[in-house]
Design a protein around this ligand. Structure first.
Ligand SMILES: NC(=O)c1ccc[n+]([C@@H]2O[C@H](COP(=O)([O-])OP(=O)(O)OC[C@H]3O[C@@H](n4cnc5c(N)ncnc54)[C@H](O)[C@@H]3O)[C@@H](O)[C@H]2O)c1
Length: 312
């Protein structure tokens, strides 16, 4: 009898959750105000990170930019100041746990408690598993996945204390449906998906509903990170332009959307992967030539600036 009552309650709650999510789909939630919030973006020296920090600054947020690229950080700072914003820059290798701790302390002392953390820094080597050196694999896991855990451990406590905050993690569609020649990258991004989803559950079930999480999973965005690559059927799975993509991500953050996959076509692809046989999924991948996506990849010049430290 107790089980039956519990099942009925479950069905009612699930129906309400569906209803609310449909309502939110057709009538988007109001954007929250980020004026005066301290927003930290990692990997803010270029690409989507730089663009996001600029958008936050335009909305009146106090911005904190982290990157390994000091020249790029200077450019980001100037762009923010040109729109009348405030930007604190810190050189930090986010894959280095000790450095993250030290620089986070500096941020707390010089700027204050971070209330919106955007884990955006990322690297890609675009090689097959056996072509990757051990250091490259560690680098990918360190920057793309472990860094998100270290920064979250640093900045989550004050968010929990105030029951107010937001952790945004940059995943990838390659962390939902893996791609060849991206084994290390896909693995790190699958980790980001798992990390963000479980963090979200943990916050919810511990009653911290004032702290939001957003998982961002774009497919191919023309930022230069995947220079030389392109999708085979752009009509079905289009290449994404950087700025409009950032504006969609900003909307998701400002409306506390839990997950966003871009373009929308990624949603059915992910659903398909879970219901069709693996062999059938490989045919879908073959159709999109996704197994050849990385072949024309030309390594970005500034990848060489990222200094893989093999001395330790
Ligand atoms: N471009 C795409 O097609 C695409 C698709 C899906 C997801 N993503 C993800 O979006 C995020 C942003 O990528 P982007 O396309 O703007 O690329 P990008 O190369 O322009 O930006 C990545 C930034 O991370 C910084 N970075 C690298 N290693 C770092 C480290 N150890 N410590 C601190 N900063 C470091 C780089 O200097 C760079 O400024 C990444 O996490 C990427 O994996 C990109």
């Amino acid at each position: 009898m107790e089980l039956l009552v519990d099942i009925l309650i479950l069905l009612k709650n699930v129906a309400v959750a569906f209803l609310l999510s449909w309502i939110n789909f057709f009538i988007p939630r109001r954007c929250k105000c980020v004026k005066g919030e301290i927003v930290l973006v990692t990997g803010a020296a270029s690409g989507m990170g730089c663009d996001m920090i600029l958008e936050f600054a335009k909305l009146g947020a106090i911005t904190v930019a982290w990157d390994v690229n000091s020249h790029g950080l200077e450019d980001t700072k100037q762009l923010v100041e040109a729109v009348g914003g405030k930007c604190y820059t810190f050189v930090c290798d986010v894959s280095d746990r000790k450095q993250v701790k030290q620089v986070a302390d500096q941020v707390r002392r010089q700027v204050g408690d971070v209330s919106i953390l955007v884990n955006n820094a990322g690297v890609v080597f675009g090689k097959k598993l056996l072509e990757l050196t051990d250091e490259e694999i560690e680098r990918t896991m360190g920057v793309n996945l472990m860094a998100q855990i270290w920064t979250t451990k640093e900045f989550l406590p004050s968010m929990l204390e105030n029951n107010h905050g937001h952790v945004v993690n940059m995943g990838s569609s390659a962390g939902l449906v893996g791609l060849s020649q991206l084994v290390d990258y896909s693995t790190s991004k699958f980790g980001v998906v798992g990390f963000t989803q479980t963090l979200n559950y943990e916050l919810h079930f511990s009653g911290h509903d004032g702290v939001a999480t957003t998982l961002v999973c774009p497919s191919f965005v023309k930022t230069g990170m995947f220079a030389g690559c392109k999708m085979e059927y752009p009509l079905i799975l289009p290449d994404l332009e950087q700025h409009p993509t950032v504006m969609r991500i900003m909307q998701a953050i400002l409306t506390n959307q839990t997950e966003i996959y871009l373009p929308r076509m990624v949603y059915p692809m992910v659903a398909l992967k879970h219901v069709i046989p693996v062999a059938a999924m490989k045919e879908v991948i073959r159709f999109f030539r996704a197994h050849k996506f990385m072949e024309p990849f030309s390594r970005r010049k500034n990848m060489d600036d990222l200094q893989i430290n093999t001395e330790e």
